[in-house]
Design a protein around this ligand. Structure first.
Ligand code: ZN
Length: 690
């Protein structure tokens, strides 16, 4: 592993930060970030670091302080706010206690903070406080776990590091680990580091550079040691990547449906997950290898993975076996819970977060794509380390069920996961056709604002690209653009396949793509009529049919909304092609509501009038009718908008957001309604559905 320390960068960083923090803290931040740059050292909030320095209190006195990385903060982008300062002498005294439970420990950490608003320091803060060294670095390095998580781990660590490194067996992080670490160090004060089995590596030094360099040196030694003992011959078998990808596309909705949790809410009966797959040659080989199942079904590498990965993954032999495998998984998890829990604890849900399937790959699940990507990174690391152990001819030695339970149900760890009430569409995946138009863009925005993951689809080109760029800024990680021509059934199937590849399924489809055309019946060209029919009717049928199949396969219901029009109820002269084709689409959606209700798939319509723009984005309707009507009525753009506004009962300007709100009413299932239409038109008596 490369030692990234640079004398000049470190000095420059200290100068840059001088007006905010002292040199101790600046160097602490500098070298923590160097550690954070190595994914094989720390991942997503893993690892931590500390420095002992001084704090100037309100009386102008300099007080001994320890600054420890806050729980859940990342080393890679650590800032002074992520290094809360604690009164060192007060927390050091805690070492004289026999025991201290986790809740009391956090209370002690919090009441001894210098800043009452500071985030809670790491659960390993006392470990840092009880060790005398000024700078302490701690990681869960892959190479160290590769040695520490083997049956003869202690022997291997001594062979790799010599006797300058202390080895501790696994101890639950918190007060007891902090005490054990301090005692082990006191017994061997010349040691330069410590390996905590099934956990990670600690190094220390009088200055930031030596603590960091000790760390990199030991990890490098472990890497070389492993390199010389690894035999990767067992990974040269052929795998069929194309077949794996194809099979994943077909099975992901099944798997996602089986993972969904009953919510006890009859209106929205399931809580769903977002899936992120790992499908490539390397990992297929790891999963497919002889003994792959035993190797990968073993406990996680470290206990901090538990809140993301659960104690065990799900193993699926083939697609037909998903339901049965899931049932046994849930049963086993419930047994594990009842065996280890006390009466005061409530079980978490019983869905696995990682599934392996030979010939297909690994699948990671979480409540949103950002968290599913964290599970994916942890799963890749887990496969790499476990595979490396197998390649050394070693035997994996993980945490016991009791140790896993103690950490999984550790209140402080759980606090790392978002405790806020999720938004109404969290875990849901929606697709919007014609997304690059004014109404489509407005609907995408409302779905995203309600927590949905959104695939914006439209013909390929600038409008779709610029919409994606705009929405990504506001809702990073939850929006993708998928080019699609609704008139081509293969295109629709392929686009839905791409959504499944990325998130695992679909729950909401907004059928919005449409074309308008102004012509009297006498002058109607068949070419124009056919063009509208192909988008407005065939396009609607293609999307209804393709999404209906996926929703049925998933088995957790779903919502389809057709963006209809007031012209279905109150057609206008010279608008025959539009009114007739939209009426056909409307009727198809009503039929779909009859056919799909048994699967709890609700199909409803929203019927807007005269939405011409959303921000800078003009609607297709505007492009078709706006300029002509302005001319015919002798109005400018604002004048035409107010003309439409004045023709409705409420004298309301109808916006894309209003249409989005009506969509949200249906997709959040505010009432048990299907086959119904909400007009969004300010009140047009002729166009009120009846
Ligand atoms: Zn740790």
């Amino acid at each position: 592993m490369k030692n990234r320390w640079s004398e000049s960068d470190a000095a420059a960083f200290v100068r840059e930060q001088a007006h905010i923090v002292n040199a101790d803290l600046a160097l602490r931040i500098y070298s923590s970030r160097l550690q954070g740059l190595e994914p094989s050292l720390v991942l997503h909030g893993g690892g931590n670091s500390s420095v002992k320095s001084y704090y100037n209190n309100i009386f102008g006195q300099s007080v001994k302080a320890i600054f420890v990385k806050a729980s859940g903060h990342d080393l890679a982008n650590l800032t002074p706010a992520g290094l809360p300062g604690i009164h060192l002498e007060r927390v050091a005294k805690l070492q004289s206690l026999e025991t201290l439970d986790d809740v009391a420990m956090v209370n002690q950490l919090r009441i001894n903070l210098f800043d009452a608003q500071a985030p809670t320091p790491s659960i390993e803060a006392l470990l840092h406080a009880f060790l005398p060294a000024k700078f302490i670095d701690h990681s869960h390095a892959d190479a160290v776990l590769t040695l520490s998580n083997q049956k003869n781990g202690a022997e291997l660590i001594t062979q790799a590091f010599g006797d300058q490194v202390i080895i501790l067996p696994y101890i639950h992080p918190g007060f007891s680990l902090a005490k054990a670490v301090a005692e082990a160090f006191a017994a061997q004060p010349t040691a330069t580091g410590m390996v905590l089995r099934q956990h990670g590596l600690l190094t220390w030094g009088d200055d930031a550079q030596s603590a960091y360099t000790n760390h990199i040196d030991l990890v490098s030694k472990a890497e070389v040691f492993i390199q010389n003992r690894v035999n990767l011959q067992h990974l040269d078998h052929d795998v069929d990547l194309a077949k794996a990808k194809k099979e994943y596309r077909s099975l992901a909705p099944h798997l996602r449906g089986a993972l969904a949790l009953p919510s006890n809410n009859p209106d929205r009966p399931y809580t769903r997950f977002i899936l992120t797959p790992i499908i490539n040659n390397k990992y297929l080989r790891i999963i497919n290898q002889d003994g792959g199942r035993d190797l990968l079904s073993s406990p996680p590498l470290t206990s901090d993975h538990l809140i993301r990965s659960k104690p065990r993954p799900l193993w699926i032999e083939n697609q037909e076996q998903i339901a049965q495998a899931m049932e046994s998984y849930r049963k086993e998890y419930s047994e594990y819970f009842s065996q280890h829990s006390n009466r005061a604890q409530t079980s978490y849900d019983t869905s696995p977060r990682v599934a392996y399937m030979p010939g297909v790959g690994a699948v990671c699940a979480a409540k949103d794509s950002e968290q599913a990507n964290i599970v994916r990174d942890i799963t890749r690391q887990t496969m790499n380390v476990k595979n490396c152990i197998a390649a050394m001819g070693g035997e994996y030695f993980g945490l016991s069920d009791a140790d896993m339970f103690a950490m999984e149900y550790y209140p402080l760890q759980q606090a790392k996961l978002d405790a806020e009430e999720p938004p109404p569409l969290a875990g849901s995946i929606g697709m919007v056709t014609g997304a690059a138009g004014a109404i489509g863009a407005g609907i995408c925005r409302e779905l995203l604002a309600n927590g949905c993951h959104v695939a914006a689809t439209d013909l390929p080109g600038d409008p779709l690209d610029s919409l994606l760029a705009e929405l990504k800024k506001e809702f990073p990680g939850r929006v993708i653009a998928v080019p699609m021509d609704v008139t081509n059934p293969c295109d629709v199937t392929e686009a839905l396949g791409q959504i499944i590849d990325i998130w695992g399924g679909l729950d909401i489809a907004i059928v919005n793509a449409g074309l308008a055309h102004v012509s009297s019946i006498n002058d109607m060209s068949m070419e124009a009529f056919t063009r509208l029919q192909s988008v407005n009717v065939e396009g609607t049928l293609n999307v209804l049919s393709a999404t209906g199949k996926i929703l049925k396969k998933q088995g957790t219901g779903g919502d389809i909304i057709l963006i209809s029009t007031k012209n279905v109820f109150a057609p206008g002269a010279n608008f025959g092609a539009y009114s007739a084709t939209k009426a056909a689409a409307h009727q198809l959606a009503r039929i779909a509501s009859l056919e799909m209700a048994a699967d709890d798939i609700r199909v409803n319509m929203v019927s807007p009038d005269a939405v011409f723009s959303e921000g800078q984005r003009k609607s297709g309707l505007w492009a078709e009718v706006g300029p002509d009507r302005m001319k015919a009525r002798g109005l400018d753009e604002a004048g035409l908008e107010s003309y439409y506004q004045n023709r409705n009962l409420l004298k309301a300007a109808v916006t894309a957001k209003h249409v989005g709100n009506a969509v949200i009413y249906f997709v959040t299932r505010q009432s048990p309604t299907t086959g119904a239409t909400i007009p969004v038109d300010g009140g047009l008596p002729d166009a009120t559905p009846r």
